[in-house]
Design a protein around this ligand. Structure first.
Ligand SMILES: [Zn+2]
Length: 306
């Protein structure tokens, strides 16, 4: 934490104290499928997509971002470059396969035993591939533009699939293994990256206020901040969006906005640009909205729920 670390607090105090997870289950929005993995019913999916569409229409499109579909199966080479393998390997999911020859062997074993083999037996047949899944949605975009010349800003967001994180202790909607995140990534000239970030924060703040939520921004400067760069001096490079969850008596990180400076541009060898990304955990937003205000959704959200 340094001198520029600050907290910005929204205007509202939480009105309710609703045990959102239990209420979402009771009112048929979600069902727990396995620990950390939920089944969203049609009613629940409307709410989840409603929150996404609200952010997409009110914030991302007006800021100049375009929807894309990012790959979710990420190679280990990419993870080496992004340093996910160094920093958070225990949170990653690695993808395994059973090859053709072993498949025959496994099949005959299954037939012989007349049931699915035990986990230990299964494990002997599975080989790791070079790929896997990671909760960080934006990583492949830096890979895509590796060694490329960027002539105009790239501003793309993705909400096309699930994000996976190997949570050791899944907890309600607060800590899921399988969740839904919208991530907006930008590659561009340093000044453009900072300007878009300002616009994005302004629009996000307007939406959070219209949701009448108790929220705050926790702002930090991290060691990656390129201090030499003039436009960065007055802005924190890392901002966490946090919403209060009354029944848990805790602040929940629901999203964030990060100026990476040259961090990923260096790692992926993209010249003359900086990068940024802003991610929102949509499941966590549902948690925050319902736990503070129940199912009486404010107009800003209600209009996106069919
Ligand atoms: Zn990101």
């Amino acid at each position: 934490m340094g001198p520029l670390d600050t907290v910005y607090e929204g205007r509202f105090k939480s009105k309710g104290n609703i045990h959102s997870y239990e209420e979402l289950i009771k009112n048929d929005f979600v069902k727990e499928y396995t620990p950390g993995v939920l089944f969203w019913t049609p009613k629940g999916a409307q709410l989840l997509y409603g929150v996404f569409k609200m952010f997409e229409t009110e914030v991302l499109i007006p800021s100049g971002y375009k929807r894309a579909i990012f790959p979710k199966t990420i190679s280990r080479e990419t993870w080496h470059k992004s340093r996910h393998l160094d920093n958070m390997s225990s949170e990653l999911f690695f993808l395994g396969v059973v090859n053709k020859e072993k498949h025959q062997e496994l099949f005959s074993l299954t037939k012989k035993e007349g049931k699915t083999p035990k986990e230990e037996v299964y494990n002997k047949f599975i080989e790791l591939t070079n790929s896997g899944y990671c909760h960080s949605v934006c990583t492949p975009i830096y890979d895509l533009f590796s060694n490329k010349k960027i002539t105009k800003p790239i501003m793309w967001y993705d909400f096309s699939g699930v994000s996976l994180r190997n949570e050791s202790a899944p907890k309600k909607l607060l800590r899921l293994r399988e969740f839904h995140m919208v991530d907006a990534a930008m590659i561009g000239k340093p000044k453009d990256v900072v300007d878009v970030r300002k616009k994005l924060l302004k629009l996000y703040t307007e939406v959070f206020d219209k949701l009448e939520l108790e929220y705050k921004f926790t702002m930090k400067k991290t060691r990656e901040t390129p201090e030499k760069f003039e436009d960065y001096k007055a802005v924190p490079n890392l901002i966490d969006f946090e919403a209060y969850v009354p029944y848990d008596e805790n602040w929940l990180e629901v999203g964030g906005s990060f100026l990476h400076g040259r961090l990923f541009a260096d790692r992926f060898n993209i010249n003359d640009v900086h990068t940024s990304c802003s991610a929102q955990g949509i499941d966590r937003w549902v948690e925050a909205i319902v736990s503070q205000n129940g199912f009486d959704f404010p107009e800003i959200l209600a209009k996106y729920i069919e």
